[in-house]
Design a protein around this ligand. Sequence first.
Ligand code: HEC
Length: 213
Amino acid sequence: MKRRIQLLVIPLAVLMGCSRNPDGPANSNSSPLPALTDEARSAALQRGKAIAMETFSLLSSNLQSAIQQGGVSNALPFCSLAASPLTAGMAGKHGVTLRRITHKARNPAGKADAIELGILQQFRDALVATPTNPPPPIVTNLTAGTATFFAPIVLNNELCLKCHGEPGKDIQPENVAVIQRLYPQDEATGFKLGELRGAWRIDFPRATLSSGP
Ligand code: HEC
């Protein structure tokens, strides 16, 4: 019950406080969440960047070989089957929870919750302010015992448009049909180059972030 209350209180505090201070809720007296130590924060930042990059390379290389083998119409069902297990495998390997979250989801599992939408909005605002310079990752404490890392995923490659751009223009009509069949609720089209597509979210158990003896 206590935990339920914490969870209700934190989102507001995060949404209001995060643009200046990602640690917002930890600093308010009403929040029982302990602040992250500098050590935990920088370990989460460093490991988060490495894991996000490694997972991105894994997904990209699989995507590219699927396109080479049978074009975009082959890569679509391939991504649909492979993206989640590949991401889950990475999470298991590193002992973390790993997700791609977004304000416009293709796979409904990636739909952002209220806190995540706040973070995504923060990334979008930063990207509008400095379009050529993607915003840096954020580390914050959303639940006790965990440090949460967010890094922006910017759509910065023409290839992405073939499945996330404008239907009928960037996305071939036959591929629009494949997307509709695989994802009847798809929201992940209409993106332009340079826009925020989503973010990586990685939750680290805090105990794994302090240096051992
Ligand atoms: C061949 C088509 C295709 C291409 C090209 C493609 N994607 Fe996707 N993308 C998908 C599919 C299919 C999914 C849903 C995967 C799933 O079911 O988990 C997806 C999901 C995502 C997600 C997870 C959030 C969500 O909405 O489900 C992100 C983030 C993403 N793509 C970013 C990119 C970026 C960035 C690029 C360019 C580097 C790219 N995609 C290129 C087909 C594609």
